[in-house]
Design a protein around this ligand. Structure first.
Ligand code: HEM
Length: 130
């Protein structure tokens, strides 16, 4: 029961981080001032903090941890990469092409994390082939 609540919270925050990123990156591409609205200054960070917290709580519930179990190490490091890539795409990109590249990298990283989660294995190619 506890596990299902924690995993449910994890999956909600995972969905919210993706929706918020897609919303903000579409505003960034459109050079919209909405990107700078006060809500968007704190909500993504609050949600990502909750994502991390629920992720570690879910991991603790199944007795597996980053830097102890390879698939969780992969997810943890890839999540940091996803946050950095997303930040660059939103705030540092100097042209539309550059923004598109960083956005693709952030979304590819996110997709890879989902596959690692499904497989419980960082070697998603072998996992999907098998
Ligand atoms: C953007 C980052 C993340 C995404 C997109 C993501 C995605 C997912 C998804 C889709 C699942 C469900 C898998 C399934 O039911 O087959 C899941 C489960 C899980 N995730 Fe994450 N996750 C992220 C970050 C993390 C991090 C950083 C950790 C650990 C520190 C973590 C730990 C877990 C655990 C323990 C489960 C439960 C696995 C199980 O059901 O046995 N996640 N995650």
């Amino acid at each position: 029961m506890t596990f299902l609540i924690l995993k449910g919270t994890h999956l909600v925050t995972v969905t919210v981080t993706l929706v918020l990123f897609l919303l903000r990156i579409s505003w960034a591409f459109a050079s919209s001032e909405k990107l700078r609205m006060p809500l968007m200054r704190w909500l993504p960070h609050a949600n990502d903090t909750l994502l991390f917290a629920s992720a570690f709580a879910t991991a603790a519930a199944i007795g597996q941890f980053p830097f102890s179990d390879a698939w969780l190490t992969a997810k943890f490091l890839a999540m940091l990469a996803y946050i950095v890539l997303g930040h660059i795409a939103l705030w540092r990109a100097r042209s539309v092409a550059e923004r598109a590249l960083w956005t693709a990298a952030a979304l590819a990283t996110f997709g890879w994390i989902v596959l690692v989660a499904r497989c419980h294995d960082p070697d998603v190619v072998t996992c999907l082939a098998g």
